[in-house]
Design a protein around this ligand. Sequence first.
Ligand SMILES: [Cu+2]
Length: 306
Amino acid sequence: MVKLLSAGALIFIFSAPVLAVEYEDHSGMLMDHGDGHLMDMAGGMVMGQNTATLPGGCDSISETKEVTVHAGHKYAEKFPGRMFAFDTQEFNFKPCTKLTIHFINEDNVRHQWMMHGLPKYLYPKGMFHLEATGPAKISGTLILPPGDKTYLVHCDIAQHMEKGMKAQLKVGKGDGDLPSIPGLTAYVVPDDYKGSLSTVMAAVSAAAAAAAPVVVAKPTAVADKAAPVVQQSKEDSVISGVTVIGLAIGLLLAPFLAKKFKGMSPSEVVATIFDLLRTGIELAVKLLSDLVKRVISNKNKILPGS
Ligand SMILES: [Cu+2]
């Protein structure tokens, strides 16, 4: 029992580092490249960092706020059809707030917390942006402009916003809502769950059936259409030719066989039949090989012209 318990304890101790997710903390690793652009060798990035310069219209910093935003696949689970999300879909702050975002990416892919529409004289391209390949934590600070405005916050990695990583940040009262924010506003392109799989498949096959005659009617299909027709008639002539040859052989052989089998013992008749069959098979093989040669040579004749 003691052995069993100690073995269990050992397994627990050794599995602990595997179970625990280690977040790479980029704080203190970032190098300042100027203009609010900070980067480190581990791929952490802050752009549009502004800890001191007041935007035009702000007499002073109204408030100092810190928020932690989590990003990851698991936060999208409550939004049907979405793949990635932030844990918060809407942020509200007073104008001229000095805001520090602690961004925690919980996925093993790259995510961003990217804010758009900021004054370009202060924020390059009007953006403030945190980015890290997860699991990782990265922090950045900006000073929000004055006035009531709604800002887009998203992850700009290809398709991550479309798959749900989208939020809005309202300064003051904001100036409306943005579309396609999971759980908050209607999707621009709503998912359609009305059809069952069977109705969808029926629609697909109906569409395919409707499309089929169009393909045949296309001018480019004429050549393709012509080829099988030629082959078809050739096959027909082959069958009728073989039939005619068979009939002719049968008619020619009938009196010959009648003469041959006269006065033979049953075993001699069987032996003769097998001998004749062998000759017949040999003849058929020769005919077939001739036929194949003819078809191949015909194909060679057709190919350069087509
Ligand atoms: Cu992302």
